[in-house]
Write a protein that binds this ligand. Structure first.
Ligand code: PAF
Length: 334
């Protein structure tokens, strides 16, 4: 009897040790695959967010989840990957820009209003506060689980025609915008010829001369080496450009409460990594663009004010859609 007890004790200890070793090495026989898609390369701010999220979830779940990355629009444009999330037919997770999201959750469009945010500190305070939280909540009504705000930085104009110094320089400029009604209205009002298209089409369109320019933050300009296809960079900072870390509702519902918490906390790690990357890009992006051959002009506060004045009538439309009260609340946020 003593022997039988010993054998059972040994068998239990062996099973526990094997399980512990499996958890420790993360060698789950059947790790659940999490496909994650984003528009830029793995070494961009998008990759930083996805890696931060991946690392936290993989470590905290002890290997129960395994991320497979699809960078550089490998799963299609942002609109397509968002549709796939909603339908549960695509990847399980994405990091996407606010630009494409306005077509799914119109409330996010308020964050795209030009010259709304003073600086990154202001933008982060709004998004991390009740206004940002309220917008995240709206995603649930549209079959999307938005777990955290990401970030890209302030958007600037690049083109092949001339330096943009005053609103008149935009006249007739064929500028690619995101498929975003707020941006399209602003550039139309300023006298440009906005040409909305999805990101994977942009570099070929610039190469072929189908468009003169585009606008994106330094994080994107540097990651995508836009100097290979663009001569002039105007540091206009006309729009703050948030991004989001989102999962598919079908995937979310398949998780236990503890696992949902791991994914939500991991998304916050992704957000921090993305913001740290953007901070670095904002510091060294202009120098990098210059060193790579771009001709750079930085708009002064007076010049920016002239651009803002030139799109004044677009604000009437923004107030109608998002309410002046909300815009004022954002401006008043410290
Ligand atoms: O311009 C865009 O479409 C976005 O900023 C990009 C480059 C896809 C990153 O989200």
């Amino acid at each position: 009897m003593f022997d039988a007890l010993n054998r059972r004790t040994f068998a239990c200890a062996f099973a526990a040790a094997t399980l512990a070793a499996t958890w420790a090495t993360g060698a789950f026989a059947q790790a659940t695959e999490v496909k994650i898609a984003y528009a830029l390369a793995r070494d961009s701010h998008y990759g930083a967010a996805a890696d931060g999220w991946d690392k936290y979830v993989t470590e905290t779940s002890q290997g129960k989840f395994k991320f497979t990355h699809f960078p550089s629009s490998a799963q299609g444009g942002e609109r397509e990957v968002i549709e796939g999330l909603q339908l549960g037919t695509g990847v399980q997770a994405v990091v996407v820009s606010s630009g494409a999201l306005s077509n799914f959750v119109p409330e996010i469009g308020v964050t795209d209003i030009p010259f709304l945010f003073r600086d990154l500190t202001h933008a982060r305070a709004v998004l991390d506060g009740p206004i940002g939280e309220g917008i995240l909540e709206k995603f649930r009504d549209r079959e999307l689980i938005a777990l955290a705000w990401g970030e890209q930085g302030f958007r600037h104009i690049t083109n092949n025609r001339q330096p943009i110094e005053k609103p008149e320089d935009l006249a007739g400029l064929k500028i690619r915008t995101m498929e975003n009604p707020v941006h399209i209205a602003a550039f139309k009002t300023a006298g440009a010829a906005p040409t909305p298209m999805s990101w994977p089409e942009v570099i070929p369109a610039l190469q072929q001369g189908a468009i003169d320019g585009q606008e994106n933050p330094l994080s994107v300009i540097v990651s995508a080496k836009l100097w290979e296809v663009q001569k002039y960079l105007t540091v206009s900072g006309h729009v703050y450009s948030p991004a989001m870390l989102i999962v598919a509702p079908s995937f979310w519902e398949s998780l236990s409460e503890d696992e949902q918490k791991i994914f939500a906390d991991g998304a916050l790690k992704g957000k921090e990594a993305m913001r740290a990357f953007v901070d670095a890009s904002e510091k060294n992006g202009v120098e990098k663009a210059k060193a790579s051959g771009m001709q750079v002009n930085v708009l002064s506060d007076e010049q920016k004010a002239a651009f803002q004045k030139s799109i004044q009538s677009a604000y009437d439309g923004y107030y109608k859609t998002y309410t002046k009260e909300l815009v004022d609340q954002i401006i008043a946020t410290k």
